[in-house]
Design a protein around this ligand. Structure first.
Ligand code: LRH
Ligand code: MN
Length: 432
């Protein structure tokens, strides 16, 4: 039985206040869906099975290059971060695994981290390497790149770091390594565009070959710009797909929703990566301008729905051996990170539930008849369906909170940890 950091009595009492209203709302939704020939219980079972990993770096207050304004009770180390992630899981029941980032989470022996995770009912998802910052005492700098650097010694250092991350992941029971490469250039001519990519592919091929076994995956994350502002080595899904195809069978592409130019049709990219058999996972968040790392579904929930619509369609077509991994990757600059992550996991499950309500037979018929209006309306009808009662009922049945943020605020968890955790000073810059 997992250790609960919020008194279960508080959750039960809070649930009791909302139980009657929820039962009525759920019943009404079930009636609405049954008129559409949809079994609400079947949808609830599917949604309850959808799990989203939370980023360890997301439970601390985020910032921008201008400033970071830490909130009360900032997590001081990996154990504080695990406790905050356990609260998100205790109340939301959708995020049973944590994604760690090295060396940011290199603050304890992995065996003790794994053991504490188990006590808290948490597992570990993809681990993340970091060759976009130099560490104290590091022999070679990553100023001009890492896995694509012109100097073989620098590439070897970066490859060794990634292999070290894999061994830490193994100790945690993780089964994937995510590599986001910041490598790129700020001036035309600064780097040879083709050779930089070839060096990167050679490096990830070596990392793919060092994965422990067939169950492991290498997730290659692309990004259109920042910190490079002229060319990024893995700039888009095309570069990423070429690299994943060249690196080996266990290499797949990771789609961070914020890593695209504003008007990009991301669901189309998702459909292409599925067709190529190389869709490995997602970093869910939302954005309007750049890599804003805002809460998933907080800017354009319809776009999030359209991404899940492609995933549900692919599932119906059995288009993959293994479903893509879902993770949140956000920066919480002005909210309590625990509240934002619970609301974002809910937004992901909401998009999934709405995508499960799409009448795919009707949609296929409209598409075959080029009935654009009714095809679009078939999707929008599912998106317009308020599945809030279903999401709350899924949490209630799983022992979570009908209203996670309400229960969380009632628990005074933030005040409690603020009293015992060291006060964290604000800083000039830096996202985390
Ligand atoms: C890069 C990124 C990557 C992480 C970092 C925290 O923008 O999305 O996934 O390593 O954020
Ligand atoms: Mn990301």
């Amino acid at each position: 039985m997992a250790e609960h950091l919020i008194d279960p009595g508080i959750v039960e009492a809070h649930n009791r206040q909302g139980a009657d209203a929820l039962a009525q709302d759920y019943e009404a939704l079930a009636r609405t869906l049954s008129r559409r020939g949809i079994d609400c219980e079947a949808i609830l079972a599917r949604v309850s099975a959808l799990e989203i990993a939370v980023p360890s770096w997301g439970v601390g207050t985020g910032g921008t290059r201008f400033a970071r304004f830490p909130g009360p009770g900032e997590p001081a180390d990996i154990f504080d971060k695990l406790e905050d992630c356990a609260v998100i899981q205790q109340l939301g029941r959708a995020t049973p695994r944590v994604s760690l980032h090295f060396p940011w989470d290199d603050t304890a022996a992995m065996a003790s981290v794994k053991a504490r995770g188990e006590e808290l009912g948490l597992g570990f998802d993809a681990v993340n390497s970091n060759t976009f910052q130099d560490q104290p005492g590091q022999k070679f700098s990553y100023k001009f790149g890492s896995l694509s650097h012109t100097d073989a010694d620098v590439r070897a250092q970066a490859i060794a770091h990634n292999i070290d991350c894999i061994s830490k992941g193994q100790a945690l029971g993780a089964r994937a390594l995510t590599i986001w490469l910041a490598d790129g250039s700020n001036f035309a001519g600064q780097s040879h565009l083709a050779q930089a990519f070839e060096r990167y592919v050679e490096s990830v091929r070596a990392i793919e070959a060092s994965l422990p076994d067939e169950s492991w995956r290498l997730l290659l994350e692309y990004k259109n710009f920042e910190p490079a502002f002229y060319a990024t080595v893995v700039q888009d899904w095309g570069s990423c797909l070429l690299a994943a195809q060249a690196a080996g069978a266990r290499a797949h592409c990771l789609v961070d929703l914020g890593h695209h130019a504003p008007s990009t049709n991301i669901e189309l990219i998702v459909a292409r990566l599925i067709a190529a058999g190389k869709l490995g996972g997602f970093h869910l968040n939302d954005s309007r301008f750049g890599d804003d790392d805002l809460d998933a579904g907080s800017v354009d929930p319809f776009r999030l729905f359209l991404v899940f619509n492609e995933l549900v369609d692919a599932e119906v077509r059995e288009a993959w051996e293994e479903a893509p991994a879902l993770m949140l990757d956000q920066s919480h600059n002005v909210t309590d990170p625990i509240e934002s992550l619970m609301l974002s996991a809910d937004a992901a499950r909401r998009a999934h539930a709405q995508a499960l309500l799409v009448d795919r037979a009707q949609l296929a018929g409209c598409q075959a008849q080029n009935d654009a209006a009714m095809a679009a309306e078939t999707l929008r009808r599912a998106f317009r369906t308020d599945v809030t009662p279903l999401l709350a009922e899924a949490r209630r049945r799983a022992g979570g909170a009908i209203d996670p943020v309400g229960a969380y605020r009632l628990s005074n968890y933030r005040k409690t940890v603020a009293a015992r955790r060291p006060k964290s000073a604000g800083s000039g810059g830096g996202i985390v």
